[in-house]
Design a binder for this molecule. Structure first.
Ligand SMILES: Nc1ncnc2c1ncn2[C@@H]1O[C@H](COP(=O)(O)OP(=O)(O)OP(=O)(O)O)[C@@H](O)[C@H]1O
Length: 308
């Protein structure tokens, strides 16, 4: 496994006494899209800020492409592009100058062709001579992304990338993320939108109250924890589940009008259950299956942890 970023034993207690992160261990693989998923205040921004050298950890170390993020700050930081949540640009500067300046800050030689490509990819090329303050909110967000990419980072952090973003920008952003990944860029995004992680990520880390409670390949996570449910609308409501269906994970819902069958991702038992209903003379008028989303899994995980 080619690790580009390693977080080892990183914790944070702010000066106010607020514990934002319990010791976190996390390795990020080259070229993956990793989603750090967690509710408000879970510690996502704190973790990213520590990785980017903006916040000092209370304990632990961060290694970026072999560089210690504190001792060798400049080299580590050069490998990272950060798209922050909040606007951090000079409003009176033009788009082109902002992006070129950002590239220079990281000690990169000028490369007009590269900068042009980045601006074109973000549909900003036509706006290159506009001052930032003249742009719409969505366009300003695009400038932040262009700025983060200006120095050709190996790792791109997107902190809550789609908060307050319209559908068009969201779509452009995801296209760009996939293109960057195809070129070998590693992408880490934080989000509390589960659909975002479900749509985009190769791997998902769930963080809650400063603790990483799970890190898993998305597909494996959905397979392992995903549940499916089939709602069978009965022709005649039932008062109780027939004893012949004992051992089946079924329950009545909707005042006995619906029989709900819950099963794991495999579904080979459905025909057997339906045949059984036929044998018992239980008629039905509709069948509907539902697959749990990452959201269901997430809520389940956090609730389970809270209950423990
Ligand atoms: N500079 C700070 N000083 C003191 N406490 C802070 C500071 N920054 C964050 N915190 C606290 O640390 C905890 C984690 O905050 P953090 O911003 O990392 O969470 P988050 O997961 O990014 O949340 P959100 O989704 O709301 O951005 C919160 O309780 C927050 O109030």
């Amino acid at each position: 496994m080619d690790v580009v970023l390693s977080v080892a034993g990183v914790s944070k207690v702010y000066a106010s006494g607020q514990r934002a992160l319990e010791p976190v261990n996390l390795d990020i693989r080259r070229g993956e899209i990793f989603a750090l998923l967690g509710p408000n205040g879970a510690g996502k921004t704190t973790l990213i800020s520590i990785i980017c050298g903006i916040v000092t950890p209370s304990t632990g170390t961060v290694t970026v492409l072999g560089h210690d993020a504190q001792r060798d700050f400049r080299s580590a930081r050069r490998a990272i592009g950060l798209v922050p949540q909040e606007l951090s640009v000079d409003m009176f500067e033009t788009v082109l100058a902002t992006v070129k300046f950002s590239r220079r800050l990281f000690g990169r030689a000028p490369d007009n062709a590269y900068v042009e490509q980045v601006l074109r990819d973000l549909s900003l090329w036509d706006k290159r001579d506009a001052k930032i303050r003249e742009l719409s909110g969505g366009m300003k967000r695009r400038v932040l992304i262009a700025k983060a990419l200006s120095h050709e980072p190996d790792i791109l952090f997107l902190d809550e990338p789609t908060v307050g973003v319209d559908v068009a920008l969201r779509r452009d952003m995801w296209k760009l993320v996939h293109r960057l990944r195809a070129k070998g860029t590693t992408i880490i995004l934080t989000t509390h939108y589960i659909e975002e992680a479900e749509e985009m990520a190769d791997r998902v880390g769930v963080i809650d109250k400063g603790r990483i409670i799970l890190v898993e390949d998305k597909a494996a996570l959905m397979k392992k924890l995903g549940k499916r449910r089939m709602a069978i609308t009965l022709q005649t409501p039932m008062a109780a589940v027939p004893s012949a269906l004992e051992g089946w994970s079924v329950a009545l819902d909707d005042e006995g009008k619906t029989l709900v069958y819950t099963f794991d991702s495999e579904n080979e038992h459905i025909p057997i259950l339906l045949a059984k209903l036929g044998e018992l003379g239980i008629g039905y008028s509709d069948l509907e299956t539902h697959k749990s989303s990452l959201e269901d899994i997430f809520v389940d995980l956090v609730e389970r942890k809270d209950a423990a």
